[in-house]
Design a protein. Structure first.
Length: 317
């Protein structure tokens, strides 16, 4: 394949722009109120489609339909060109013209992104992946600062998995997040805010040298208009009775948490927002964070900490 533009370095990757990508870009562009917005959406859609094709070739799972750039309302209101990488987060895919030395990153795309991939649209049929950066600090940055695109797969593999709570509202759950009744005993379920429509629980291994080896992290998600209300609890993993269809958890014979166990909430900028600590006396059989809420796209981290260990779980609304 001959590229109509010289490849700036050995790590840039030329790719075809498919007819289906053009068709999708045309569909989105026709929905816009003026030619300027239509051109912006057209170029953004092509950039996302090219990056999507590249990651799929590498076997990296994406979900373009869950991306903001595929959401009609967000696409109309914002200059957005994101691509959801399953279990990792959102990559921003920005288009540049041949000969460009800088790239514009809109302010609305400068937070909650895994990174920024730059796509040069060489012609109607070809594009070049120029490289990526992990973060930006202004609306314009120099393309000379790009990292090689060939390093993107390793970079993505190193990122912490992110649980997208919006997917729970569509009935899509990660395999390690199970219905509460499979991990909690009936007396624990009484405390679990079971009236919440969307609930999942996850076994967290603390590996303590005591009878309090493991805990159960319980999430309750309550939609309210355009925000999500979140309640987070921590329960001990209790010795369970055998069942006809198999045996439930057998981890701890005690129905209380280890003392001084911390359950913390940190914001996307690593600021401690809320924290609770299990008591040494009387022992707690459950601790929970105060109810909190967030809006679409917000990220946060839940931490479970002992004296020697901290386990982090990352989420996006």
């Amino acid at each position: 394949m001959n590229s109509p533009n010289p490849i700036p370095n050995d790590t840039s990757i030329p790719l075809w722009i498919t007819q289906s990508a053009h068709h999708q870009a045309e569909v989105f562009a026709r929905q816009q109120p003026n030619p300027q917005k239509a051109e912006q959406v057209y170029r953004n859609t092509l950039a996302v489609s090219v990056v999507d094709s590249y990651l799929k070739l590498l076997g990296i799972q994406t979900d373009v339909a869950a991306s903001d750039s595929w959401n009609a309302a967000i696409r109309l209101a914002s200059d957005v060109a994101d691509l959801v990488v399953v279990g990792r987060g959102q990559l921003e895919c920005r288009a540049v013209v041949p000969g460009a030395e800088t790239c514009l990153i809109p302010l609305e795309s400068q937070c909650d992104r895994l990174g920024y991939v730059i796509v040069r649209l060489d012609s109607d049929q070809e594009a070049t992946l120029l490289g990526f950066v992990d973060q930006v600090h202004s609306e314009t940055f120099q393309l000379a600062a790009l990292q090689p695109i060939t390093e993107l797969p390793n970079y993505l593999a190193q990122q912490q998995p992110i649980v997208n709570l919006r997917q729970w509202l569509e009935g899509l759950y990660q395999l390690d997040w199970q219905p509460p009744e499979t991990l909690l005993r009936p007396k624990q379920l009484v405390l679990s805010h079971s009236q919440a429509k969307f609930q999942r629980a996850k076994l967290i291994e603390l590996n303590l040298n005591s009878e309090h080896r493991d805990v159960i992290l319980l999430f309750s998600v309550i939609p309210e208009h355009d925000v999500l209300n979140i309640r987070v609890q921590l329960h001990p993993a209790i010795l369970a009775e055998p069942k006809p269809n198999g045996t439930r958890l057998i981890h701890s014979a005690l129905d209380c948490l280890v003392p001084n166990l911390k359950l913390s909430l940190k914001t996307a900028d690593n600021r401690l927002f809320k924290e609770v600590i299990s008591r040494p006396f009387p022992r707690d059989n459950c601790i929970q964070l105060p109810l909190f809420q967030g809006q679409l796209g917000e990220r946060f981290t839940i931490l479970i900490s002992t004296e020697d260990l901290t386990i982090s779980e990352h989420f996006q609304l």
